[in-house]
Design a protein. Structure first.
Length: 474
């Protein structure tokens, strides 16, 4: 097995303990990851704090150069990083899978390098000049999830580095290796202590959330964990960016010709085996077209090859871990037991991997777990509605609001419906498409704060107002 190490203050650090990393396509251990102690977390935070003054004082154009070099390092090592993602997370090597993820890391890094925060002139009058400037918030603690391990790491790291913050990152314990390896590669470029990685259990995440040496926590993951982080961060009033769960609804308007929309609809629902916060997870179809669309979507979905992500013939891989596999199976079984109709899939695939087939479930009701809970996997409920007002009301009834979409051949009608959805992002004839310049965040329990673009960059800064009195005119 390849040996992996933490990176603290620019040095590879070996740990006394390790933990297993499982390939979800086989259910077997393929590597071990170093397990950080709380003492090593303290060392990483101290390293980041020691590196902060010089990094934040660096000329802006120098940090731009560093990010551009990082993008080059990611590109150069794309095959290795992509392979690690497939082995630990399950994404395929084909389609919008592991290579897509690493390519996205390069693109996001390059775009972030090109962003710039300018000072703002608030007032210039005979008595004084008032300006707003922004300063790096300080040491950033990043806690990332297992579904897009490298992409979300980049979403956290690059804006922090761009504005002059230093970072300690903890990857998810299911998928730590691609992040550990990327940080090691990046540290060949960066000054020591600017970017550190510690891997481990929830003990490390809990310690980060309350750590007095960390000024900001950025977290992507579940609502309950986000709420716990917010509580623990309150002791020293850390700033927070929390991108939490969603249960996104998509509404197909009456009279829609679904055929040209089947491909974007599929990827909106099932990219990364449905394990994406902003996937479409509840599909509302008008009663007049319900059976037609159910049949056409079933025909489309049934032809998508599912299997080991290392086989380039497959477009969808396994679920990433055993708990998620068990949850999807439980939700589908519960819906079927309560009278729902399974259109395709519905039973685990044979073998030791965490393969649950692409599954469409019709005749569901809003009170079924498959509908009211975020599935985060390869099962999609299709709900029947009578009026647009009814569909919108049912779409908005959940306590999360990350994304939503409307689908129609009449784009303006769909846009009007999409704008009625209680969601941070609303799409028309697409779902889950993110852009590095478009702010992204949720409403309700889907989180607080904004990522991406200029607004996302601002989230890693504090505001200082500078007021300069002018000499009296005499």
């Amino acid at each position: 097995m390849t040996e992996y190490a933490l990176v603290i203050n620019g040095e590879k650090v070996v740990t006394q303990e390790t933990f297993d990393v499982i390939n979800p396509a086989t259910g077997e251990v393929f590597a071990v990851c170093p397990k950080a102690s709380v003492a090593q977390l303290d060392e990483a935070v101290a390293a980041a704090r020691n590196a902060l003054p010089a990094w934040s004082a660096l000329a802006d154009e120098k940090r731009v150069e560093y990010l551009q070099q990082i993008a080059g390092v990611i590109e150069k090592n794309m095959p290795e990083l992509s392979r690690l993602i497939t082995l630990e997370q399950g994404k395929t090597q084909s389609g919008p899978g592991a290579n897509f993820e690493v390519g996205g890391c390069m693109a996001w890094t390059q775009v972030t390098a090109g962003l710039k925060l300018e000072d703002e002139l608030i007032d210039d009058n005979p008595e004084d000049t008032i300006e707003l400037t922004r300063k790096p918030v300080g040491v950033v603690g990043s806690i990332t999830p297992w579904n897009w391990p490298l992409m979300i790491a980049v979403w956290h790291i690059m804006p922090a580095l761009r504005v002059g913050c230093t970072v300690v990152i903890k990857p998810a314990s299911y998928t730590p290796l691609s992040t550990v390896r990327m940080v090691e590669l990046i540290n060949d470029i960066l000054p020591p202590g600017v970017l550190n990685v510690v891997a481990g259990s929830s003990e490390i995440g809990n310690a980060m959330s309350a750590h007095k040496g960390i000024d900001k926590i950025v977290f992507t993951g579940s609502v309950p964990v986000g709420q716990t982080i917010m509580q623990r961060a309150a002791a020293n009033l850390k700033t927070l960016t929390l991108e939490l769960g969603g249960n996104d609804a998509g509404i197909i308007l009456p009279g829609t010709d679904i055929d040209p929309l089947l491909e974007p609809l599929f990827w909106g629902c099932f990219i990364n085996a449905g394990q994406t916060c902003a996937c479409l997870k509840r599909l509302f179809v008008h009663e007049d077209q319900y059976e037609e669309i159910c049949q056409k979507f079933t025909d489309y979905v049934s032809k998508i090859p599912v299997g080991d992500g290392m086989d380039e013939a497959n477009l969808i891989g396994p679920l990433t871990n055993a708990p998620q596999f068990d949850l999807i199976r439980q939700y589908v079984d519960d819906a079927r037991d309560k009278g729902a109709r399974v259109l395709c899939g519905g039973e685990p695939l044979p073998g030791n991997g965490y393969f649950y087939p692409l599954t469409l479930v019709a005749d569901v009701t809003d009170d079924m777990d498959l509908v009211k809970e975020e599935q985060f996997g390869t099962a999609l409920p299709i709900l029947k509605y009578s009026t647009i007002d009814e569909a919108v009301a049912r779409a908005n009834v959940v306590d999360v609001g990350l994304g939503g979409s409307a689908w129609s051949n009449d784009v303006q009608k769909a846009k009007a419906v999409a704008q009625r959805l209680e969601a941070g992002t609303a799409w028309v004839n697409a779902h889950g498409k993110l852009h590095p310049m478009a702010p992204f965040g949720g409403v309700k329990l889907s989180g607080i704060g904004t990522e991406f673009g200029i607004e996302g960059l601002k989230a890693y800064t504090t505001i200082q107002v500078v007021s300069v009195a002018k000499p009296a005119q005499g």
